[in-house]
Design a protein around this ligand. Structure first.
Ligand code: NAD
Length: 317
């Protein structure tokens, strides 16, 4: 079962499990997405794949006893994003991250012991706050600086409690994921769309922030590896590229691939946005045999190709 299967990461994970020959129950409530129309379309596409059964369900509200009947649950549903979690978004982060996860874990724990699934849960690099002069390791103190990050810390606490209660939970701390189907609110999506429209690129802050940008193909590989590994219950694993890149360097790569030199439109920095995220990937390498393979130039070319293909489809015949 993949929750959030109408979303950016979840749709890729659902596709990958189905391609590997698994039966996939794809769960989502597209109306809860930051981009409901995109999620509805993606859910239809995922549902059409051989081996996938799409089940619309709101994890914060609906009866989950049937959907929890899987041997592996990959829980990617939720309300992502630091920026959208301030103000009115705080309640959504609380509902779709914390309450949804609490209910899902309870439904999984309620199954007879031998039928309880392995539950892999998306967490986030934002739980660390800003990285210092070395990459963040999983046992570093958590330092959430936004309602979104705080909701993920709470999700992690729920996963640890469930592990103590006998449920096998694994937390994957994803770092700035990009690639085809990236969410419309995310930086590269906004940059590519602006550049293709001939508009200035909307950049929050001065572009010096750096990120362990991680291609969704690598994120999928780590997630599938976690589903097949025998990991200690409750463990957290960083899933991020080992080399952080400054946003302005990423813009240089992106505009190089696009062959344009757009203007930059600076916008106020987002409160709670880490100055730097930087993944230590030693644990992922040791326990999952995983390391990110996609470099940023190659990965951005991939995402740009997707934007172009989408635009070509949308041009009326
Ligand atoms: N994309 C990233 O860079 C990134 C980084 C770190 C962590 N994460 C985490 O990974 C997960 C997936 O992120 P994404 O970028 O694919 O987000 P996304 O918004 O594209 O996908 C999330 C999906 O969850 C669904 N959803 C929300 N609330 C729901 C509910 N109550 N019941 C059922 N479905 C619900 C939404 O409809 C959406 O389709 C999230 O938990 C996010 O916090 C993502």
């Amino acid at each position: 079962m993949v929750t959030g299967a109408a979303g950016f990461v979840g749709s890729h994970v659902a596709d990958a499990f189905a391609l590997a020959g698994h039966e996939v129950v794809a769960v989502d409530a597209p109306a809860r997405s930051l981009a409901p129309d995109v999620a509805r379309r993606t859910f239809d596409e995922v549902a059409a794949r051989p081996g996938v059964r799409a089940v619309p369900a709101d994890l914060a509200m609906d009866d989950l006893s049937a959907v929890a009947a899987a041997d592996v649950v990959v829980h990617l549903a939720g309300r992502p994003g630091v920026r959208s979690s301030w103000g009115a978004g705080r309640a959504a982060a609380e509902r779709d991250n914390v309450l949804a996860t609490r209910r899902l874990l309870a439904a999984c724990a309620a199954r007879p012991a031998r039928l309880r699934p392995l539950v892999i849960i998306a967490s986030s690099s934002s739980v660390y706050g800003s990285a210092g002069h070395r990459p963040n390791r999983e046992d570093d103190p958590l330092n959430p600086a936004s309602p979104y990050a705080a909701s993920k810390v709470e999700v992690e606490r729920l996963a640890a409690l469930a592990a103590r209660d006998g449920l096998r939970t694994v937390l994957l701390r994803y770092f700035s994921v990009y690639g085809p189907r990236q969410r419309p609110d995310m930086a590269f999506h906004r940059f590519v769309e602006a550049a293709l429209d001939g508009r200035p690129l909307p950049v929050f802050g001065d572009g010096r922030r750096s990120r362990s940008f991680t291609h969704v193909r690598d994120v999928v590989a780590a997630t599938l590896a976690a589903a097949g590994a025998d990991l200690p219950a409750g463990i957290a694993v960083n899933v991020g590229h080992h080399e952080p890149v400054a946003v302005r360097s990423a813009i240089g790569l992106l505009t190089g691939v696009l062959g344009v030199r757009p203007e930059i439109q600076r916008e106020a920095p987002v409160a709670g946005d880490a100055a730097r995220t930087w993944a230590d990937t030693g644990r992922a390498a040791r326990l999952l045999g995983w390391t990110a393979r996609t470099g940023l130039a190659e990965g951005l070319a991939d995402q740009i190709a997707w934007h172009r293909a989408l635009r070509a489809q949308e041009v009326p015949a």
